[in-house]
Design a protein around this ligand. Structure first.
Ligand code: TRP
Length: 340
């Protein structure tokens, strides 16, 4: 049996928060230690350009997110950890795929449709502030995935549509040019994929409800204390269903701890106490990594070195594969000098 390939990317915008950690980074890092997989993890900095036009912020986000993955113990020998923009083959593949992607398919992308909808509601032109980068986002993402023939792509639920589009694009290409691409699958962890933020909505920078991953201990505690609850008093039974606090606790808890907290809710645990336990659980998981993170941020050359190592490894696969794809579509040397 051939080895399975797992690949995931994280867009380098903003400071990583607990939602990113639970939904993407943690499961990816756990998978990076598995014996029987080939794993690719990358910083999607070209995707970041779609939202972020400030060069300093682009660079800083890349630094913070790279440091995050390294601090949390990503195995960069076993897996391939790289920056998207260091792999020119990905942008080249993006164009090849763009030429085989129906515009109608892109019209249906949730992120694009939401942007149009917002414009319409605001009485703006439907295209207001929508770049071709936003519109073509799913093609770049398809190239990320297909470049390495990934089988499994761990993502949040909001990315499932992008995986469907990737499959669509890959199938169409294979149909025309032969079986070049593996058809990938989205892997969504049912328990933890969507973490709520302070206000109970999905934890997201756009809702301004995030708990940053690397807050110093005191600030982390303060931030957890801000999670919305209700006015039930200590001793009154509390629902776990719909409780943001319980969902956040559960995302960090083992099965046993989860069951105990469920019982504590039924027994009427005070909100302050439940929050304290949540803080202790999360802080316990992050404390050592936080120290490694601080050390890495203070020493960016070490991070750059790790990324360059990853880029070399990634290109060992990408360079011959893009040559094969170019040949398949007819971008070839003229005369007899083609690649064998
Ligand atoms: N779009 C993804 C997100 O916002 C990030 C991403 C870019 C990605 N390319 C990818 C994820 C390829 C998985 C595979 O979360």
């Amino acid at each position: 049996m051939s080895t399975k390939t797992v690949l995931t990317g994280i867009t380098t915008t903003g400071t990583p928060h607990l939602g990113n950690y639970v939904g993407a980074i943690k499961p990816a890092i756990a998978a990076s230690h598995a014996e029987d997989v080939r794993s690719y993890y990358f910083l999607a900095d070209y995707h970041a350009l779609i939202k972020c036009h400030d060069p300093e912020v682009v660079q800083r986000s890349t630094l913070e997110i790279a440091a995050t993955w390294l601090a949390l113990g990503l195995d960069t020998d076993r897996s391939t950890f790289y920056r998207q923009s260091d792999i020119p083959e990905i942008t080249e593949l993006t164009w090849l795929l763009t030429c085989h992607t129906a515009k109608g398919l892109m019209n249906r992308a949730h992120a694009y449709k939401a942007a149009v909808q917002d414009n319409v509601e605001a009485g703006e032109d439907p295209d207001f502030a929508i770049t071709m980068g936003l519109f073509c986002y799913p093609v770049l993402m398809a190239a990320d995935i297909l470049m390495f023939n990934a089988h499994d792509v761990p993502v949040g639920r909001d990315q499932v549509q992008h995986l469907e589009m990737t499959r669509d694009i890959a199938q169409r290409f294979n149909h025309h040019f032969g079986e070049h691409f593996v058809i990938p699958s989205a892997v969504v962890d049912e328990h933890v994929a969507v973490l709520p933020g302070h206000d109970g909505r999905k934890m997201s920078k756009s809702y301004d409800n995030t708990i940053p991953l690397w807050l110093p201990e005191k600030k982390l505690r303060k931030s957890i204390m801000k999670i919305v609850t209700n006015s039930l008093e200590p001793g009154e039974p509390k629902e776990t269903e719909g409780s943001a606090l319980f969902a956040i606790y559960a995302a960090f808890a083992g099965e046993q701890q989860r069951a105990e907290m469920r019982q504590a809710f039924a027994d009427g645990i005070a909100w302050g106490e439940a929050k304290q336990q949540t803080f202790e659980l999360i802080n316990g998981e992050l404390a050592d990594a936080r120290e490694r993170y601080e050390a890495l941020i203070a020493n960016p050359d070490r991070i750059e070195e790790a990324l360059q190592k990853g880029a070399r490894k990634a290109r060992e696969y990408a360079t011959p594969f893009i040559a094969r794809l170019r040949d398949a579509i007819g971008i070839r040397a003229l005369g007899g000098a083609g690649p064998g």
